[in-house]
Write a protein that binds this ligand. Structure first.
Ligand code: GLC
Ligand code: CA
Length: 590
C-alpha cells in the first residue's frame, strides 16, 4: 500500500518543457478496436480507418498494445517474433500505412515493448530449451531442481507467479526449471546476459528507424532479478507459493538496464512510459524518470488502481475512502513536480476495469455524469494524460449477466481454475464482474448496428449489449456527450498548458469525505477543480480563494453552475467543474 510519508523534497523547480509532456495518449487495444476484414478480430487496417476519430478527440499519441507475432496466450504479451506482425492483425506494410496515416495527421505512434519475457514459441526459447549447451540457453533463467526430505522434486524457490502457481516450470528434456513471472508460456529473459540486452536494443532501434516515436515498456521494473533467487518470506500460510516481488521488482541492475535503452531513446527524442507494478518507493521511481537520468519519460504506478484490491489479492474486495485517493494523488502530483519527474495519468487500460463502474456509477441516471466527473478529476492533473479506447465514451464494465464462459482473459480463467473449489466461489464471480481485465476488452462500440459496427462477423469476445444506446456515432453528434466533454478537456490542456500541463498542484479541503478539489497554478493564472464523488448531493464550504476572486469563470462543468459561488454550495450527484482565472485578474497568491 501507499507509504504515507513523503521523501524530502527540494524546492520546486521549473519543469522542463517537452513535446510528450503536452501530449495526450490514446490507447488502442488492436483486437477490439475495429475489424476491417470480417474475421471478428480487430486489425491494423481497422485502426487506420479510424484515425480521424482519434484525431478529432484531440489525442496526440496513439499507443498500440502488442501487435507482434504471438500465440496469444496472453493477448500478444507473449511475443514469438519482434520483427513481424501477428497475421490476423495485418502485415508490416499495414503498419507502415498506419504509421504514415498517424504522422500525416501530426500524431505520434507508440509501440508496446514486451521484453521481460518472450513467448515459449520464440526461436530463442526453442533453442534454449533444446539443450543445456545451446548458445541460447543462458538467454533465459534456468535452475536445477531441489528435493525435499522424501526425495520429491521441488522448484528452486517458492515464488508465486502473477497468473497463479509457481514461477518455475520443469522442462523434462533437460531436467531443469525455467523462470516465468507470468504464464508458463511466457519465460523470463535473462537480462544479466549482454546478448539479451543487445538483442533488445536492436528491436528498439529497428522500430524507431521504422517510424515509431516511442514505447510503452511492459512490466519493465521486473527485468533485473536478485541473482541468489532466495525463498520469499511466507506471507500467505495457505499457499505453497509466496510473493517474491521484493527480489525482482526494481532489482539491483534495473537502472543500468534502463539507461542502456534510454541512451537509444534519447538519440531519437523518443517517448517512453514504463509499466512499474509493485513499487511504492517514490525515490526509486524518480531514479527512473528524473529529468537528468536518461531512463524513462514516465511510469505507470499502481497505487490508484489497487485501492480496491483486498488482502487476498486483486479478486478480493476492499472498501476504500476518498481520503486515501487524495493522499495518493497529492503525493505523486507534488513529488514529481518538486523533483523534476513527470507523471503518467491513467485510470483505465487493458488490464483495468472501466472506471465508471469502479469509482463512479454505471446506472443509467449517473453513467454519463460520473464519467465526466472522473474525466475532470484526471484530465486537469499534471502529467501526460492516457485515455483508453472507450473511456472517452464513458463505457461501463461488461453486463452483470455475463457467465464465466464469456470471459477470455488468462488471469481471470486461471484464477477461477485455482479457486472454484474454494468455500465461496460465487464471491469470485462477483469480483470478476468488478475487476476482470475483460471488462475493458470488449469490442469498441462504433454504432448501434449488429456487432456494434466493430465487425461484420461474430467477434472474438462478446459485444456489450449497451452499444444500442452507448456508441461513438451517437456521441460524436451530441454536444453534451462524454466524448465531447473529453474533447473539451484535451482542448483546454492545449489552450492553457502553463497552468493545466506545467502548473503546480495543491490539494484543497483534504479532509472532506466526498469532495475532491485541487488547485493548479502558474504565475499567470490558476484553476480550481472540484468534484463530488458521491451519487447524492453534498454540501461544500467554498474556500476563501473563490470568494476573494470574483473574476474567474467556469471553463467546463457537467451541470450548469453560475458564479459567484455562495459561501456554502450544494454539489449535485457527481457534479464537477473547473474554475479558471487568468493574468489580469489573478492574484499572485490565493
Ligand atoms: C503487463 C500487461 C499485461 C500482461 C503482463 C504480462 O502487465 O499490461 O496485459 O498480461 O504485463 O506481459
Ligand atoms: Ca480482422
Amino acid at each position: 500500500m501507499a507509504s504515507d510519508s513523503l521523501p524530502d523534497s527540494p524546492r520546486p523547480r521549473r519543469t522542463a518543457k517537452k513535446w510528450w509532456k503536452e501530449s495526450t495518449v490514446y490507447q488502442v487495444y488492436p483486437a477490439s478496436f475495429k475489424d476491417s476484414n470480417g474475421d471478428g478480430i480487430g486489425d491494423i487496417p481497422g485502426i487506420t480507418s479510424k484515425l480521424d476519430y482519434i484525431k478529432n478527440l484531440g489525442a496526440d499519441i496513439i499507443w498500440l498494445n502488442p501487435i507482434f507475432c504471438s500465440p496469444q496466450i496472453d493477448m500478444g504479451y507473449d511475443v514469438s517474433d519482434y520483427y513481424n506482425i501477428y497475421r490476423p492483425f495485418g502485415t508490416v506494410d499495414d503498419l507502415d500505412r498506419l504509421t504514415a496515416g498517424i504522422h500525416e495527421r501530426g500524431m505520434k505512434l507508440v509501440l508496446d515493448l514486451v521484453v521481460n519475457h518472450t513467448s515459449d514459441q520464440h526461436r530463442w526459447f526453442q533453442e534454449a530449451r533444446s539443450s543445456r549447451f545451446n548458445p541460447y540457453r543462458d538467454w533465459y533463467v534456468w535452475k536445477k531442481p531441489t528435493f525435499d526430505a522424501d526425495g520429491n522434486r521441488r522448484p528452486p524457490n517458492n515464488w508465486k507467479s502473477y497468473f497463479g502457481g509457481s514461477v518455475w516450470e520443469y522442462d523434462d528434456l533437460t531436467g531443469e526449471y525455467y523462470l516465468h513471472l507470468f504464464a508458463k508460456e511466457q519465460p523470463d529473459l535473462n537480462w544479466e546476459n549482454p546478448y539479451v540486452r543487445a538483442a533488445v536494443h536492436d528491436i528498439v532501434r529497428y522500430w524507431l528507424n521504422k517510424g515509431a516515436d516511442g514505447f510503452r515498456m511492459d512490466a519493465i521494473n521486473l527485468i533485473s532479478k536478485d541473482q541468489s533467487f532466495p525463498d520469499a518470506p511466507v506471507t500467505d500460510p495457505n499457499s505453497r507459493w509466496q510473493d517474491g516481488t521484493k527480489y525482482f521488482a526494481c532489482g539491483p541492475r534495473l537502472h543500468e538496464y534502463l539507461q542502456g535503452i534510454g541512451k537509444i531513446l534519447k538519440q531519437y527524442d523518443a517517448f517512453s512510459v514504463g509499466e512499474m507494478p509493485e513499487i511504492y518507493d517514490l525515490n526509486e521511481i524518480l531514479r527512473s524518470v528524473g529529468d537528468d537520468r536518461s531512463e524513462l519519460s514516465m511510469v505507470f504506478h499502481f497505487e490508484i488502481v489497487s485501492l480496491d484490491h483486498g488482502a487476498g489479492g486483486k479478486f478480493t474486495s476492499r472498501t476504500w475512502t476518498l481520503n486515501e485517493l487524495k493522499t495518493v494523488v497529492s503525493k505523486w502530483q507534488t513529488y514529481m513536480h518538486n523533483n523534476n519527474g513527470w507523471n503518467a495519468l491513467y485510470l483505465e487500460n487493458h488490464d483495468q476495469p472501466r472506471i465508471v463502474s469502479r469509482f463512479g456509477s454505471d446506472t443509467q441516471e449517473h453513467l454519463a455524469l460520473s464519467a465526466k466527473m472522473l474525466a475532470t478529476f484526471l484530465g486537469f492533473q499534471s502529467g501526460t494524460l492516457f485515455i483508453y479506447q472507450g473511456q472517452e465514451l464513458g463505457l461501463p464494465n461488461v453486463p452483470k449477466t455475463w457467465s464465466l464462459d464469456q470471459y477470455r482473459d488468462i488471469e481471470t480463467l486461471n484464477h477461477w481454475h485455482e479457486n472454484q473449489k474454494s468455500p465461496h466461489p460465487e464471491s469470485y464471480l462477483q469480483e470478476y464482474r468488478l475487476k476482470s481485465r475483460d471488462n475493458a476488452r470488449t469490442p469498441m462500440p462504433w454504432d448501434s448496428s449488429p456487432n456494434a459496427g466493430f465487425s461484420t462477423a461474430h467477434p472474438w469476445i462478446p459485444v456489450n449489449d449497451n452499444h444500442i444506446s452507448l456508441n461513438a456515432a451517437t456521441q460524436i453528434t451530441q454536444k453534451e456527450s462524454v466524448y465531447n466533454f473529453w474533447a473539451s478537456i484535451l482542448h483546454l490542456r492545449k489552450k492553457y498548458p502553463d497552468v493545466l500541463v506545467y502548473g503546480t498542484f495543491e490539494l484543497l479541503d483534504p479532509d472532506h469525505e466526498h469532495v475532491f478539489a485541487y488547485i493548479r497554478r502558474a504565475s499567470s493564472a490558476h484553476a480550481i477543480v472540484v468534484m463530488n464523488f458521491k451519487s447524492n448531493e453534498v454540501k461544500w464550504s467554498v474556500p476563501a480563494c473563490f470568494q476573494r476572486n470574483g473574476h474567474g469563470r467556469i471553463l467546463l462543468a457537467n451541470y450548469t453552475r453560475s458564479l459567484p459561488l455562495d459561501s456554502t454550495i450544494t454539489l449535485r450527484p457527481f457534479e464537477s467543474f473547473i474554475w479558471f482565472s487568468d493574468s489580469e485578474h489573478s492574484e499572485a497568491r490565493l
